[in-house]
Design a protein around this ligand. Structure first.
Ligand SMILES: Cc1ncc(C[n+]2csc(CCOP(=O)(O)OP(=O)(O)O)c2C)c(N)n1
Ligand SMILES: [Mg+2]
Length: 686
C-alpha cells in the first residue's frame, strides 16, 4: 500500500509545479491544477490503465483534460509519471514527452507545454482541448470507439479491447451546449465505459457561477441516463477511489462524478476566487501557499525524492504489466486471427487494406447524370466493404445525404449492440463533429454527414480536426442554391469559403460522378488531413471522359477539362461542382463563335495550391489574363485564381426559395452569363 505521505507529496508536487510554471510564464491558469491535483492523481495513480513507457498502446485507458486551460495539471502528470515521447512514425522514443525544461518554458515557443494541450505535439495528450466542452464531447467518441473495437475485434479468449475513457470537465464544459448533446448521446448509447469528472468549483472567469448558471447538473445528467455520484471534497482520495470504483462497476450507464473543489486550493487570498483562474498567483501568494502545503517556500520546480519513483511503482508498474499482458495476448491473437491482427495493425498506423482502391466504381457518360450525393453513396458503399473500419453516419439526414451503408452486415451502432457501422448521431451536428474526432483519435476511420449549411453548427470540431491533423471525413450535401425550394435558410453561400479558410482542411467539390469517385480515392488515402466532400442534391451530367480529360486530374486539385480544338486558349473558365457543366456548355458555345476557351475543373483549392508552380502555371497560364470563375457560393477568394482583372460569378447575397430553374435565372447561373462574361473579359470587341 502506498503511504499517505507519499500521496500528499505527489499531489503537492503537481500543485507547485503548476504554480511555478504559470508564475514563470507570467501567464496561465494555476487555480484549477491546484484544486484538481488530488483528483487527477487518484485517477492516474490508482485506476488509469496506462503505461508511461508506451502512451499509444491501443487498449490504454484514455484521459481527457477537457478544461484545457488547466494544462499544467496534465503536463505535471505527464512529467512525473515519466510518459515517453512517440515520434510521427508511431515509434516510442526513450526520452520523456515532457521534461522539466519544457515545464520551465511553459507557454514559450517550441516548449512541449503550450498554453493548452495539443495532440500530436505532446505525447500522452489524447486530444487537443481549450475550447470548452470539446474535450468531454470528444471523449464520447473515444468511448464509442472502445465499444465498436471490442465488438469488432474481440474473440473468445481474446479481449483485445475494453478500454475506459475519463474526462475532467469544468463549469465551462458543462455549460457549453456541445457537452449536453454529447452527454445525451452517451446516455442513449449506454456507454458504461465513460466517466466524466466535473470540477464543481462554482467559479468561472467573471466570478461565481451564480452569475449565469443555476442548473441542477446532477438531475440533468440523471435525466440523460447517466449514473451520478458526488465527492464532497476534492482532497478526499478515499472518496475519489470509491467513486471511480463505482463508475467501473456501473453497467449500461456512463458516470458523472461531481467533485466539489476549491479553485486555488491553499492560496491564502485567492482560493475560491476567480483571480485564481487566469493569472499567476504572484510570488508572495505562492510562498504562502507553499507554506500551507508544508513545502519549502523558496524552492521552485521542486520534485522531491520519491515522487517519480512513487508514480513508477503505482501507475507505471500497473500499466507496464497490463500492456505486457496485452502484447502477449496480441501475439496469440495474431497466430489465431491473422486477418484481424493485420487489420488492427493497419488501423493503428492509419493504413488501409491492400487493394482497397480497386473497389472504386467508375461511371459511364450520361447527360441526365447523377446527383453528387447519389454518386457518393455508390462509391462509399463500395469502398466501405474493403475498409471494415470505415464507419460513420449522419446528424439525422442519412436519407438525404445518402451516407448509409446498405450492404449486408453493415448494421447499426446501437445501445448494447456495438458492432454496427451506421451511426445515428441524432440532430446534434456539434457533438457529431467532436465524436468523429474521438473516433479518429482512436484510429477508426470516421465520416459524418449533414447539409453543408449546417457545417456551421459543427465548425469548432472541424477546426480542431484540422489542428490535430486527423483524417476525419465530412460529407456535406445540398451544397448551394441548388437546394431550391427550401430557400435561403438552407442554401449555403459563405460556407465553402469559410471551410477553405481553415488551415489544413481539404475541401473538394466534385463536378460529376467520376470526380466524386476520385475524391473518395484521394480522401481515404489521407492519413493526417481532414476533408470535406461537398456534394449536390440535384443531378449533374456525368461528363463523357473520352471527350473531356479524365477525372483523375482531381487529385491535383484542378485540371484542364476542355481546351479549344486548335490553338491556345484566350480565356479561362474556372468552376467547381455543379458549375463545371455550365462552363462546358459555355465553352461549346464560345467555340461555335470562334472564341478559344479552356475549362478548368477546380474541385479543391487546397490540393491545387499544393502543386508545383509549373503545374499550376500549365493549368492557369499566367499570360492568359482573361478569366472567369463560376461557383454557386460566395465569390470571396476567387481573385486568387482570376486575378484582379478577372470576373467572378457567384453569390453576393443570400439565396431565395423557388424552383431551381428560377433561381439559376435570378442569380445568373446560365451558360449565356458565362459566355457574356468571357466576351467581356476579351474586351467585348469579339
Ligand atoms: C468555448 C470557449 N469559450 C470561452 C473560453 C474562454 N474561457 C477559458 S476558461 C473559461 C472559464 C472556465 O470556467 P471553468 O470551466 O469553471 O474553469 P475554472 O475556472 O473553474 O478552472 C473561459 C470562459 C474557452 N476556452 N472556450
Ligand atoms: Mg469553474
Amino acid at each position: 500500500m502506498p503511504t499517505p505521505d507519499l500521496d500528499t507529496l505527489c499531489v503537492n508536487t503537481i500543485r507547485t509545479l503548476s504554480m511555478d510554471a504559470v508564475q514563470q510564464a507570467n501567464s496561465g491558469h494555476p487555480g484549477t491544477p491546484m484544486a484538481m491535483a488530488p483528483v487527477a492523481y487518484a485517477l492516474w495513480q490508482r485506476h488509469l490503465r496506462f503505461d508511461p513507457e508506451d502512451p499509444i498502446w491501443p487498449d490504454r485507458d484514455r484521459f481527457v483534460l477537457s478544461m484545457g486551460h488547466a494544462s499544467m495539471l496534465l503536463y505535471s502528470l505527464l512529467h512525473l509519471a515519466g510518459v515517453k515521447a512517440v515520434n510521427p512514425k508511431y515509434e516510442t522514443l526513450g526520452q520523456l514527452s515532457v521534461c522539466l525544461d519544457d515545464i520551465q518554458r511553459f507557454r514559450q515557443l517550441d516548449s512541449r507545454c503550450p498554453g493548452h494541450p495539443e495532440y500530436r505535439w505532446t505525447s500522452g495528450v489524447e486530444t487537443t482541448t481549450g475550447p470548452l466542452g470539446q474535450g468531454v464531447a470528444t471523449s464520447v467518441g473515444m468511448a464509442i470507439a472502445a465499444k465498436w473495437m471490442a465488438a469488432h475485434f474481440n474473440r473468445p479468449g481474446f479481449d483485445m479491447f475494453g478500454f475506459r475513457v475519463y474526462a475532467l470537465a469544468g463549469d465551462g464544459c458543462i455549460m457549453e451546449g456541445v457537452s449536453q448533446e454529447a452527454a445525451s448521446l452517451a446516455g442513449h448509447l449506454q456507454l458504461d465505459n465513460l466517466c466524466w469528472i466535473y470540477d464543481n468549483n462554482r467559479i468561472t472567469i467573471e466570478g461565481h457561477t451564480d452569475l449565469a448558471f443555476s442548473d441542477d447538473v446532477a438531475t440533468r445528467f440523471i435525466g440523460c441516463g447517466w449514473n451520478v455520484t458526488r465527492v464532497g471534497d476534492a482532497n478526499d482520495l478515499a472518496m475519489l477511489d470509491r467513486a471511480l470504483e463505482t463508475a467501473k462497476k456501473t453497467k449500461e450507464r456512463p458516470t458523472l462524478v461531481i467533485v466539489d473543489s476549491h479553485i486555488g486550493y491553499g492560496a491564502p487570498t485567492k482560493q475560491d476566487t476567480h483571480s485564481a483562474h487566469g493569472e499567476p498567483l504572484g510570488e508572495e501568494e505562492i510562498r504562502l501557499a507553499k507554506r500551507f502545503y508544508g513545502w519549502p517556500e523558496e524552492a521552485k520546480f521542486l520534485v522531491p525524492d520519491g515522487v517519480r519513483e512513487h508514480f513508477r511503482g503505482g501507475m507505471g508498474a500497473r500499466g507496464g504489466k497490463l500492456r505486457g499482458e496485452w502484447m502477449a495476448l496480441f501475439e496469440g491473437y495474431r497466430a489465431k486471427h491473422p486477418a484481424e491482427a493485420d487489420a488492427l495493425y493497419r488501423m493503428q498506423h492509419r493504413q488501409l487494406p491492400e487493394g482497397w482502391e480497386r473497389t472504386i466504381p467508375s461511371f459511364p457518360a450520361d447527360a441526365k447524370g447523377l446527383a453528387g450525393r447519389d454518386a457518393s453513396a455508390k462509391v462509399l458503399n463500395a469502398v466501405a466493404q474493403a475498409v471494415p473500419w470505415l464507419l460513420g453516419g449522419s446528424a439525422d439526414l442519412a436519407p438525404s445525404t445518402k451516407t448509409r451503408l446498405t450492404f449486408e452486415g453493415a448494421g447499426d451502432f446501437e445501445a448494447g449492440s456495438y458492432h454496427g457501422r451506421n451511426f445515428h448521431f441524432g440532430i446534434r451536428e456539434h457533438a457529431m463533429g467532436a465524436v468523429l474526432n474521438g473516433l479518429s483519435l482512436s484510429k477508426i476511420r470516421p465520416y459524418g454527414s449533414g447539409f453543408l449549411i449546417f457545417s456551421d453548427y459543427g465548425r469548432a470540431p472541424i477546426r480542431l480536426a484540422a489542428l490535430m491533423e486527423i483524417p476525419v471525413v465530412y460529407v456535406f450535401t445540398h451544397d448551394s442554391i441548388g437546394v431550391g425550394e427550401d430557400g435561403p435558410t438552407h442554401q449555403p453561400v459563405e460556407q465553402i469559403v469559410s471551410l477553405r479558410a481553415i488551415p489544413g482542411l481539404v475541401t473538394i467539390r466534385p463536378a460529376d460522378a467520376n470526380e466524386v469517385a476520385e475524391a473518395w480515392r484521394v480522401i481515404l488515402a489521407f492519413r493526417h488531413e481532414p476533408a470535406c466532400l461537398v456534394l449536390t442534391r440535384q443531378a449533374l451530367p456525368t461528363l463523357d471522359r473520352t471527350k473531356y480529360a479524365p477525372a483523375a486530374g482531381l487529385a491535383k486539385g484542378a485540371y484542364v477539362l476542355a481546351d479549344p480544338p486548335v490553338g491556345d486558349p484566350e480565356v479561362l473558365l474556372l468552376a467547381t461542382g455543379s458549375e463545371v457543366a455550365l462552363c462546358v456548355a459555355a465553352h461549346e458555345q464560345l467555340g461555335k463563335e470562334g472564341i478559344r476557351s479552356r475549362v478548368v475543373s477546380l474541385p479543391s483549392w487546397e490540393l491545387f495550391d499544393d502543386q508545383p508552380r509549373e503545374y499550376r502555371d500549365a493549368v492557369l497560364p499566367p499570360r492568359v489574363t482573361a478569366r472567369v470563375s463560376v461557383e454557386q457560393g460566395s465569390t470571396l477568394g476567387w481573385e486568387r485564381y482570376v486575378g484582379s482583372t478577372g470576373r467572378t460569378i457567384g453569390m453576393r447575397s443570400f439565396g431565395a426559395s423557388a424552383p431551381l430553374k428560377d433561381l439559376l435565372k435570378k442569380f445568373g447561373f446560365a451558360p449565356e452569363s458565362v459566355v457574356a462574361a468571357a466576351k467581356e473579359q476579351l474586351g467585348g470587341g469579339r
